[in-house]
Design a protein around this ligand. Structure first.
Ligand SMILES: NC(=O)c1ccc[n+]([C@@H]2O[C@H](COP(=O)([O-])OP(=O)(O)OC[C@H]3O[C@@H](n4cnc5c(N)ncnc54)[C@H](O)[C@@H]3O)[C@@H](O)[C@H]2O)c1
Length: 419
């Protein structure tokens, strides 16, 4: 391949689809990752994880010769544009963990040359773009926005929707100095979606508050679900009362709210919050849903020790193989601490698990932890009725079968669904 136009560093769930999409627009792309399993897979023509549409694009750009791969960050130096899509976890100190970004910057620094752009696509705490620009200026003496272009262009696409949303979602670009926004905006304009220019801090805030909005929005029905249990009320009926024909806003439905982005991004805002605590409270609510379900099951069944509990779903959300920061794992740990016999079924994930039939056989309780589409069918409900212990408890915070019971019994749910 000729000299790359773009180097994408960190070809994980965000970086790999992005690298493929650039290559599919005819740009010469170099995908860089330190993980051998990622590079082995793509060099072999396989996607290392689920992303609808990606296998076809991988095949196409491989055949067209517009993509190549490397495990050396220094190779990015050959590209005019460097896009960083590395992971940005948070420390348990309410602080962004910038170690991957700093390590890659240190590898890149000696090779940077005038005219190059450096885009931070990862989710970052406010002022990280200014830090990166300052770091490059401090160590190499470049004028940012004039000789080297640094910008934040946050990824706001949801996993599983990349190829649909890259061409439609407005692309926010916050450039440092005179021309960074323009140069990086031009790069991302190949996708045809609107480019929205702003400051780096506003781009950073817009991204993390996009996620905070979702995280806090889901904390409300989750808290309501717990309150309803206290009052013997049905959360789905209360939500219907709130929403029905009401023109201002709408309460979402309860469920497990986590995943690698939602669970951590609010911490980036809390780093310097002038009203600390509010978002931590939202986090406490979402994080306590698994315990609420376990305690609710115990209230109805008695002790769980030695009783079989089937957990349906390990992925952090519906229709994905991504298990990172999934609350299902927390649920499983809590059930194990009750000495329950836990059986798990999830057809999406790569972690070994049992078949639906094996998981359900003689289960005293079935908990829908992930609302995968195949769980929310009449067949799955019928399979529970047939295979689980007589009148097993079914725990479904998602209202998967549209019968409106967080805690219900197999026969009751089947009758409600039939009715
Ligand atoms: N996953 C999502 O749906 C999503 C959505 C929006 C934003 N984000 C944000 O995008 C960023 C990336 O998230 P992700 O889910 O793609 O993470 P990821 O862990 O899937 O990808 C990061 C990749 O970087 C690689 N890497 C780590 N250190 C490296 C190094 N020194 N050199 C080269 N490669 C290195 C890892 O091997 C990994 O493949 C994060 O900031 C995340 O918050 C993620």
């Amino acid at each position: 391949m000729s000299t790359p136009d773009v180097a994408v560093i960190g070809t994980g769930r965000v970086g790999l689809p992005l690298a493929l999409a650039f290559a599919d627009r005819g740009l010469n792309v170099l995908g860089i990752d330190s993980a051998p399993q990622i590079l082995d897979a793509v060099r072999d023509g396989r996607m290392p994880f689920e992303e609808p549409g990606a296998p076809e694009v991988l095949e196409r750009v491989t055949a067209a010769g517009t993509i190549s791969w490397s495990d050396r960050v220094a190779d990015a130096a050959a590209a005019d544009h460097v896009v960083i899509t590395l992971g940005t976890p948070s420390f348990s100190h309410i602080e962004i963990d910038l170690r991957d970004i700093r390590s890659v910057l240190d590898d890149l620094l000696p090779h940077l040359r005038p005219g190059q752009s450096l885009t931070l696509r990862s989710t970052i705490a406010p002022r990280t773009t200014a830090f990166v620009a300052g770091y490059v200026a401090k160590h190499r003496g470049f004028a940012i926005g004039d000789e080297i272009f640094v910008a934040h262009a946050p990824e706001r696409i949801a996993a599983g929707k990349f190829f649909e949303e890259i061409v439609t979602l407005p692309c926010i670009v916050g450039g440092v100095g005179e021309r960074s926004g323009e140069i990086v905006g031009e790069l991302f304009s190949v996708f045809g979606a609107p480019i929205v220019q702003t400051t780096p801090e506003q781009a950073e805030l817009a991204k993390i508050w996009t996620n905070i909005l979702r995280y806090a929005t889901f904390a409300l029905p989750n808290l309501l679900m717990m309150d309803c249990e206290q009052y013997g009320a049905n959360v789905f009926e209360v939500i219907d009362l709130i929403n029905r024909d009401y023109p201002r806003g709408g309460m979402k439905l309860p469920g497990f709210t986590a995943g690698t982005c939602l669970r951590k991004d609010f911490a980036f805002s809390e780093e310097r919050s002038t009203a600390p605590g509010m978002l931590l409270a939202a986090s406490r609510v979402n994080e306590s849903v698994p315990l609420f379900l376990v305690e609710g099951a115990k209230r109805r069944l008695g002790e769980l020790a030695g009783r079989k509990v089937a957990v349906l779903g390990l992925a952090f959300k519906s229709a994905t193989d991504d298990e990172r920061d999934s609350l299902s794992h927390k649920l499983v740990r809590l059930l194990e601490r009750e000495l329950a016999d836990v059986a798990i079924h999830d057809p999406w994930v790569t972690t070994p698990n049992q078949s639906l039939e094996q998981a359900l056989d003689d289960a005293h309780a079935v908990i829908v932890a992930t609302n995968h589409p195949e769980f929310c069918t009449g067949e799955t409900l019928a399979a529970i009725g047939e295979r689980a212990a007589p009148n097993a408890l079914i725990v479904d915070p998602w209202n998967c079968w549209n019968v409106g019971q967080v805690f219900g019994y197999a026969t009751e749910l089947a009758a409600l669904r039939a009715g």
